[in-house]
Design a protein around this ligand. Structure first.
Ligand code: AHR
Length: 654
């Protein structure tokens, strides 16, 4: 038996109490309880840390549209991620913009090839995002838009190669025309590699034009075309999120007005989407656009929660690299308001409507059933922001009264934007506001009562971004337990706090602009942090009514947090016990009003002796939930393991 298993066993066998006092809770297990929002636990997705391109979005080619530029990163340009090698021939690369595929996609590659000898060639390679991963038993779909100059003798072989140029699969593009045309083929590698590349091997002489070069695994999540990396999408699905917030974060309001996230630029044929720089200092291909976000939500049974800019850009950018809060000129606001209204028509309108028809053309005639819309992301509460927010809010509510609009109250749990944001929300009688905070673990323990005193007759709360941050920004057990403790308080206040999402979701190793994140990944691995397991355990044991516990009329020690909920679907009662301290504690439970003498239960424990411990790529399973069965009586004693989250799920006890 492992040391960890012995440790857990010792703590639950009621034989090694290092506690001085027993705490007794009476829980009225037969009462109705207080309602908990059915959408309490969801996720926050932002294209930060290479979460989308190079991450969840399964496109393997980097900069396939030749739209990278120094605006993304000063040393990037339209040829970034592409390598030219002369294999006996000679070739030169230029970037053209005179005859683009589409005005939204202005640049393309112009390739001058001089290969006089039939055996000579020039190779253009793309290793994707840190090398392409090919599996021998899988198929990959290649596509490219191409045209040629008159009187060319060019032929193009499409090759999947290993890092040293070894051939894994090969196909031929048929002869080109002088007009843009898309060419597609499927390739199956003859061996698996993790640092492969795509190579276009060009023979002959002449000038060739290429754009939107793409390579996709066929095995995307749910086998969707233009889909998502299956393992990353699955790790999200396994969280059972009730909603998905997208596309951010700061990405929504961007670095200046030219960098707002404009949803219309992200739908339709891929070669017609408008790419742009990413506020996190890389690039957004927007191949993962609004259609793909909505479809993913539907695939995993989560409510879509898009956030649109409130007519202003991000105020924080001037501190580091950008221009600070800029506001859309009032004379352009009517168009912007219409753009937001069009989003709702696109999501929910009939296929006969102007924007609903675009959704239908994309393959989804049925409405997506959008219910929530966030306006703004922790914007500074300036007059310019308020004026534009109010215009947007009123227009949405007038045309779509059933859409719940979520406002924003700044980046912190207190302070000017928080206070003024709440006042503004009350003035407008907003249904819900979005609170954000990143704080040390102890802050979460110290504020377990935060929402207990919030007014129930004012706006509801969406806790859109939160995480416990420690020095070193590691995903420690200590941080995860602080979040778990706080989540018991969110359940207790589940009538007020309607939704909550840890942030951010993803971090690609070697490409993080922000730590900690919920899930880390490489091109081949997915690392579940302890914080991930906490989110998953709460989400899969959420319950829909909160059962108050009477702790002998007193309170628990400051290192313990507790909640009891009922899941009406099963009738199960779920107890969550968080012990953030180094002592075991004996807890006595009395589940009142039950007829059964013996209760079947399961016990899931997430723990480690060391609260500073974390999961890593080297030791990914150091801390993971352990589940076992238990038989309990309506009155039972339970000893909490030090530094642990315990879920006791008591099967329908009636
Ligand atoms: O979650 C990371 C960033 O934190 C978000 O983009 C922003 O909203 C917040 O400041």
């Amino acid at each position: 038996m492992s040391k960890l298993a012995q440790f857990i066993l010792a703590a639950v066998c009621f034989t090694v109490p290092s506690f001085a006092q027993t705490f007794t809770a009476a829980i009225a297990a037969n009462e109705k309880g207080k309602p908990i929002s059915p959408r309490l636990f969801g996720i926050f997705f932002e294209d930060l840390n290479y979460a989308a391109d190079g991450g969840l979005y399964a496109e393997m080619v980097q900069n396939g549209s030749f739209e990278y530029s120094p605006l993304d990163q000063t040393d990037w340009n339209a040829l970034t991620a592409w390598q030219l090698s002369q294999r006996g021939g000679s070739g030169t690369l230029y970037i053209g913009d005179a005859r683009p595929l589409h005005p939204n996609n202005p640049r393309y590659l112009e390739f001058h090839c001089r290969c006089t000898n039939p055996d000579s060639a020039v190779a253009l390679s793309n290793a994707g995002f840190d090398g392409m991963v090919f599996s021998a038993d899988r198929l990959y779909d290649f596509s490219v838009f191409a045209r040629r100059q008159p009187r060319c003798t060019l032929t193009i072989q499409v090759r999947l190669e290993s890092a040293d140029g070894g051939l894994l699969a090969e196909g031929q593009i048929p002869s080109l025309t002088e007009d843009w045309k898309q060419y597609t083929l499927s390739l199956q590698p003859n061996q698996s590699v993790t640092s492969g590349r795509l190579t276009l091997l060009v023979h002959g002489q002449g000038v060739l034009y290429l754009d939107k070069v793409s390579l996709f695994p066929q095995d995307t999540f749910r086998k969707r075309k233009n889909g998502l990396r299956a393992d990353l999408a699955q790790v999200i699905a396994d969280l059972h999120p009730r909603f998905v917030r997208f596309p951010g974060g700061c990405l929504v309001h961007g670095d200046g007005l030219n960098n707002l996230y404009r949803w219309k630029n992200t739908i339709g044929p891929l070669e017609q989407r408008k790419e742009q720089k990413n506020i996190w200092r890389y690039h957004q291909s927007v191949g993962l656009g609004y259609f793909e976000y909505f479809q993913f939500c539907e695939d995993i049974g989560a409510e879509p929660l898009p956030i649109v800019a409130a007519g202003v850009s991000c105020q924080n950018t001037d501190r580091y690299w950008g221009v600070g809060q800029q506001a859309i000129p009032m004379e352009n606001m009517a168009d912007y308001v219409q753009e937001v209204l069009d989003l709702i028509e696109w999501a929910n309108g009939s296929p006969d409507s102007e924007w609903g028809s675009k959704r239908a053309q994309a393959g989804h005639p049925a409405p997506f059933g959008l219910k929530y819309l966030g306006i703004g992301n922790e914007d500074a509460q300036t007059p310019a922001f308020r004026e534009r927010f109010e215009m947007l809010y009123k227009a949405v509510k007038e045309k779509y009264p059933d859409i719940t609009v979520i406002g924003t109250v700044g980046p912190a749990p207190d302070g000017y934007d928080y206070e003024e944001g709440w006042k503004f929300a009350r003035t407008l009688s907003l249904e819900m506001v979005d609170e954000h905070y990143y704080k040390p673990p102890q802050w979460f323990w110290d504020h377990l009562n935060r929402y207990d005193t919030y007014s129930r007759s004012s706006s509801k709360v969406y806790l859109g971004e939160y995480a416990a941050h420690e020095p070193g920004r590691r995903n420690t057990l200590r941080s995860a337990l602080a979040e778990a403790a706080y989540m018991t308080a969110l359940e207790r206040n589940g009538d007020l706090v309607q939704m909550a999402s840890y942030a951010p979701l993803f971090g690609k190793q070697g490409h993080t602009q922000w730590n900690p994140n919920l899930i880390y990944f490489t091109n081949t691995q997915v690392l579940k942090t302890v914080n991930y397991y906490v989110q998953q355990l709460f989400s899969t044991n959420a319950g829909d009514s909160f059962l108050p516990a009477d702790w002998n009329g007193g309170t628990l020690p400051a290192t313990l947090a507790f909640s009891a909920v009922r899941e009406s679907r099963t009738g199960d009662i779920i107890l969550k016990i968080v012990n953030g301290g180094s002592s075991a504690h004996s807890l006595q439970f009395r589940l009142g009003g039950l007829d059964a003498a013996m209760l079947n239960a399961s016990q899931t424990v997430l723990t480690d002796e060391d609260p500073s411990a974390f999961n890593s790529f080297e030791n990914p399973h150091r801390i993971a939930p352990q589940t076992s069965s238990l038989n309990l009586q309506p009155e039972f004693e339970y000893t909490t393991t030090p530094f642990s989250l315990t879920i006791l799920r008591i099967q329908n006890p009636r």
